[in-house]
Design a protein around this ligand. Structure first.
Ligand code: 3PG
Length: 399
């Protein structure tokens, strides 16, 4: 159901669930992509004369207020980007929140404090989630679900609130789904997926699902070392998930049977220790323990030959999905792999999608612009689960 299904919205109070979970450093927003991505729906609702109550989580507080997870800086940035006032209330539900909502005029916007300061939001108990959703529902006449980054979560503001009020998907959720369906329904081939990030265990479902659907799977990031170890190579002190070795061997065998190419790095940037100023050198991927640092060596990025090989696959692809950095891109010495892959995505003629808050923040931090990619998804976990073919609770409830 889209916003049209909600009918006339003038003077109606509409609760909008956004994903305003932005990265903060010392209280400053370091990447405002998710705030920008929320604006389309908010602008449209303002023009329709709705009274807008924005709700979101930020980080993972444990059900109680914590100043470092306050949404206050987000309200300030949102107002700048929207070019209109965004009131902020330092609680999610309660008399102060209630008064702020009642004071809204047509087109006005208020942002309530972090949903996850309330234990009901993420409770495992459906009754507790329902009770919290009911207290939120009192604020509005209708609900718009636009936090694409959380549609894979069964949480009060995503699922139970949608059940409690007339509800619809917002424009961001609509746009994200249009793009991701292009990847799942009939992707133009060759279809290449680049996966990075530290843990294989976070990507198990998506890897086994993708092996059945893609032409080439490029593996970078900390995950690489579990793949290399599964092939029998020593990885010195690099990140290794020993309990995943058999699973990874299974992937390699399955891919071979299906004629899917899994491309692993052939060279690795190995550092003396995990630090931005650590001594480092490039070694062959099957000789990591032969670096000058011996058993202490830690692989922190894919090497230049691997990055070039990944870029060549991306250049030939008609569809590319990328999730997860290739190395520790936050440290300049280990950012080259991620930068080369990002550049290849901007240069290919194929349709490119960058999935995930972290990957999006990585490409922006490296100086790339959003419009250099086909699409930058605001949802990391959500886009991966969508590609896995899982039913996402926050979407199911809007069907
Ligand atoms: C994200 O950053 O992927 C979303 O905001 C969801 O956050 P969560 O993983 O803490 O639910």
């Amino acid at each position: 159901r889209t916003i049209e299904s909600l009918g006339q919205l003038r003077s109606k109070t509409v609760i909008v669930r956004c994903d305003l979970n932005v990265p903060l450093a010392d209280g400053e927003i370091t990447d405002d992509g998710r705030i920008r991505a929320s604006l389309t729906t908010i602008r449209e609702l303002r023009e329709a004369g709705a009274r807008i109550v924005l709700i979101s989580h930020l980080g993972r507080p444990a059900g109680a207020p914590e100043e470092r997870y306050s949404l206050r800086p987000v309200a300030v940035r949102m107002a700048e980007l929207l070019g209109a006032p965004v009131a902020f209330v330092g609680e999610t539900v309660g008399t102060e929140a209630s008064a702020a909502v009642s004071a809204l005029g047509d087109g006005d916007v208020v942002l309530l404090e972090n949903l996850r300061f309330n234990p009901g939001e993420t409770s495992k108990d459906a009754e507790e989630r329902r009770a919290f959703a009911a207290s939120l529902a009192e604020f509005g006449d209708a609900f718009v679900s636009d936090g694409f980054g959380v549609v894979h979560r069964r949480q009060a503001s995503v699922t139970e609130l949608a059940e409690a009020l007339p509800s619809a998907a917002g424009r961001l959720v609509e746009a994200e789904l249009r793009v991701l369906e292009r990847l799942t329904v009939t992707p133009e081939r060759p279809y290449a997926v680049v996966l990075g990030g530290s843990k294989v265990s976070d990507k198990l479902g998506v890897i086994s699902h993708l092996i059945e659907r893609v032409d080439t799977l490029l593996i970078g990031g900390g995950m690489v070392f579990t793949f290399l170890a599964a092939q029998g190579h020593a990885v010195a002190s690099s990140l290794l998930e020993a309990d995943q070795l058999d699973t990874v061997r299974g992937y390699l065998a399955d891919a071979e049977k299906r004629g899917v190419r899994i491309v692993l790095p052939t060279d690795i940037v190995v550092a003396e220790r995990f630090a931005a100023d650590a001594a480092h050198e490039v070694v062959a991927a099957d000789a990591i323990d032969g670096s000058s640092f011996g058993a202490a060596g830690i692989g922190l990025d894919i090497g230049p030959a691997s990055a070039a090989a990944f870029a060549a696959v991306i250049a030939e692809a008609k569809t590319v999905f990328w999730n997860g950095p290739m190395g520790v891109f936050e440290m300049a010495a280990f950012a080259e792999g991620t930068r080369t892959v990002a550049r290849a995505l901007t240069e290919t003629d194929g349709f490119t999608v960058v999935g995930g808050g972290d990957s999006a923040a990585a490409v922006r931090a490296l100086g790339f612009r959003d419009d250099q990619f086909g699409h930058i998804s605001t949802g990391g976990g959500a886009s991966l689960e969508f590609l896995e073919g899982k039913t996402l609770p926050g979407l199911e409830v809007l069907a």
